[in-house]
Design a protein around this ligand. Structure first.
Ligand SMILES: [Fe+2]
Length: 454
């Protein structure tokens, strides 16, 4: 039977528990999912392989690595834009893993971590949900041209329809036609072309700053995703220098984003609208970092670039928690964590720091302290160490507060639109009323900056 369906996620395995793991994940994230026993039945049955967003190949049963390389090369040829993940036996040597990457695999996950941690949840949510990035129609310039295709999201079936071919002139008729849509979409592989476009075709001064700011968000989001992938890569086939380079890029791009945010009139709304995430705080890392950095700059608490970096990285340890634990956290049912899961969760700041250090990335003491203190409270009800209140630095409180701001103010799919200005101000007033484990002196310093035009 020929299958012309378009799938977000395709898994290839004869192992039932492997398929169940993928099917469960697909149901929780609402991915269109299909699975096959082997790569041949998939290629025979599928007429539209190119539109598969993520392809997972179970390579644990192959007797040698060359047997796995063949199907990966074929898959790469069939699916040039798909994200290909190989699951490998943990005993395979790192240099052999390299062969699979050269054959076209984007990522290798070891069988031991496939079931025990939540890397798969994070990666699939990123590469599937963020396969297409929204760009504002108002950021397109009359009589310009972009070297990447643009797509429209069809509300009926949630599929992407190509509406612009690379290189064509963007005329008045095109802009008018999509004006009401507000947003068009760009494939994540084309981000660099979009950044080039924003630079080559500038808008008038004030609008250009806003466009720049949105472009900086996209840039940071991409490099942050790559960094998270490298940090959580336990295959040891990635070099330490790659991690260091990405970390340096992250530092540079957080700085660029902060500079850009300082130039726009309504920075808080831009952060608020920056992206919609399904994985919670890791995926929202860039927005949380932006809140923290801007608050630091405005209130003179801490050093803004360091605060941003700590906010960006503080939750990457969550990826090491079990799939069952992160599912509860994502669905905001933290109260339902078992005793063991709760203990695991409360260690995540330590996991975050350890993941960075294990890749020999130089983390300065201030950033490390902020990450370690990012869940501590002055009432000593925080975690993981519950230090005395005077040990909790003001800059670390900014990291915790920014996560809470983001959680409180992000508009999720299906939510009723909030009045941002009112919600933003109400947030700090509510904190001042109850304290919530923050130092009141810190909250009072921050209070004047909770105005959208401040
Ligand atoms: Fe955290």
């Amino acid at each position: 039977m020929s299958n012309s369906g378009v799938f977000d996620l395709v898994a290839i395995s004869t192992n039932q528990s492997f398929i169940q793991r993928c099917a469960h994940l697909a149901s929780r994230f609402s991915f269109d999912f299909s699975h096959y026993d082997n790569p041949d039945t998939f290629s025979n049955d599928t007429t539209d392989a190119g539109s598969v967003k993520c392809f997972i190949l179970d390579c644990t049963k192959f007797s040698n690595i060359h047997e796995a390389a063949g199907p990966i090369q074929v898959a790469r040829q069939m699916m040039d834009k798909s994200y290909i993940i190989c699951i490998l036996d943990a005993r395979v040597k790192p240099e052999q893993m390299e062969l699979l990457k050269k054959s076209g695999a984007n990522l290798i996950i070891l069988d031991t971590e496939f079931t025990s941690n939540s890397k798969l949840e994070f990666i699939t949510s990123q590469v599937i949900k963020s396969a297409y990035l929204p760009i504002k129609v108002t950021d397109l310039i009359l009589d310009s041209s972009l070297e990447a295709p643009l797509y429209m999201l069809m509300p009926k079936n949630q599929k992407y329809l190509k509406v612009y071919k690379p290189g064509l002139n963007i005329g008045n008729e095109f802009l008018c036609r999509y004006e009401d849509a507000d947003e068009l979409y760009l494939h994540r592989n084309d981000v660099s072309k979009w950044l080039e476009y924003v630079k080559s075709f500038p808008a008038d001064e004030e609008h250009q700053e806003v466009r720049n700011c949105r472009a900086q968000f996209i840039k940071l989001q991409q490099v942050f995703l790559d960094l998270v992938l490298i940090l959580s890569d336990q295959t040891s086939s990635t070099s330490f220098s790659d991690g260091k380079l990405l970390f340096e890029d992250c530092k540079k791009f957080t700085k660029d984003l902060l500079t850009s945010l300082e130039k726009v009139r309504y920075p808080w709304q831009i952060i608020n609208n920056s992206s919609v995430g399904d994985f919670g705080s890791v995926e929202r890392g860039t927005a949380i970092a932006a809140y923290a950095g801007l608050l630091s700059r405005k209130s003179n608490i801490g050093e803004p670039e360091r605060v941003m970096l700590a906010a960006l990285l503080s939750d990457i340890g969550i990826l090491l928690l079990s799939p069952a634990a992160t599912e509860k956290i994502r669905e905001q049912k933290a109260g339902k964590l078992s005793a063991e899961e709760k203990m695991e969760f409360e260690k995540h700041p330590i996991f975050s720091v350890n993941q960075i250090l294990s890749k020999r990335i130089p983390l300065d003491d201030d950033v490390r302290n902020m990450i370690m203190l990012s869940h501590e409270r002055t009432d000593q009800k925080g975690f993981p160490n519950q230090p005395s209140p005077n040990k909790i630095t003001e800059d670390s409180a900014l990291v915790r507060l920014s996560q809470e701001i983001d959680q409180c103010l992000t508009i999720r799919m299906g939510d009723i639109k909030k009045d941002f200005a009112a919600a933003f101000q109400a947030f700090i007033e509510a904190k001042l009323e109850v304290g919530d484990g923050y130092s009141l002196a810190t909250l009072y310093k921050l209070r004047p900056h909770f105005k959208v035009t401040s």
